[in-house]
Write a protein that binds this ligand. Structure first.
Ligand code: ZN
Length: 245
């Protein structure tokens, strides 16, 4: 089997503006996420792309060769060019997998694919997060116990303005009492989408073994299934059978 081509896309802004974030992720958050994937076993060819690169590092040719795109963005969602959003959306509909992380809930591409507000409740108070597995048989939950904890994270709470997920893999509980649908799957066209909540930039979340395991499972789950479905809308002028009597 050929290796899956994975691109981890990072906005790459907080790392350069906030020394706390730069200290946790000296190579950038996208490189930490990519390192976790590279360490997860054979079968993945992992590279990174950032907002600052020409075409945000997501040229038509590169996306055409990408099996799964992982997306982390926050403060610069508005700087992502619409043409690139169109391009990523088209590739998801063809069959490319998309993993959207944390504040990517408000990215243009996630909102486009969901078609809803994608709003939520949030609080930054260094609170404990417990992620419960709701579907132990799901491929994305493999290797994870009944639940796992992150000692300090930003809180995300319901209501989360998403369409009902096709599959629910995790639900989070926070120390302050809120709960949140923190691991959700959808299908759009021929593509698979997974949203995974943890990963606020001021915490070392992408160095956590369980978080890395979930993302590694997710890219394998989201890999294209079968053939690419290239969009077309032909006029079937010539019927297969004779019409009428
Ligand atoms: Zn955050």
């Amino acid at each position: 089997m050929s290796r899956l081509s994975i691109v981890v896309w990072g906005e790459n802004v907080h790392e350069h503006r906030n020394p706390k974030v730069g200290a946790i992720y000296p190579e950038g958050m996208h490189e930490a996420i990519a390192a976790g994937l590279r360490a997860s076993g054979a079968g993945l060819e992992v590279s990174t792309a950032t907002l600052q690169q020409p075409e945000h590092g997501l040229t038509t040719a590169r996306l055409a060769a990408t099996d799964v795109l992982v997306w982390w963005g926050h403060m610069a969602h508005g700087e992502v060019a619409e043409a690139i959003v169109d391009r990523v959306q088209a590739r998801v509909l063809e069959g490319m997998g998309l993993i959207v992380l944390h504040s990517g809930h408000y990215s243009k591409i996630f909102k486009r694919l969901m078609g809803t507000t994608c709003s939520l409740t949030w609080r930054e108070a260094d609170e404990r997060e417990r992620l419960w597995v709701c579907n132990p048989g799901h491929p994305i939950a493999q290797g994870i116990d009944r639940c796992f904890e992150l000692p300090a994270e930003e809180m995300y709470g319901e209501p989360f303005g998403i369409p009902a997920p096709d599959e629910q893999v995790f639900i989070s509980w926070f120390e302050g009492g809120e709960v949140f649908r923190s691991g959700c799957c959808w299908h759009r066209g021929n593509g698979r989408i997974f949203y995974f909540r943890p990963g606020h930039e001021t915490y070392p979340t992408y160095h956590d073994a369980n978080v890395r395991r979930v993302i590694a499972n997710a890219v394998r789950w989201a890999a294209p299934q079968g053939a690419r479905w290239v969009d077309s809308c032909p006029n079937a002028k010539e019927p297969r059978e004779k019409i009428g009597r």
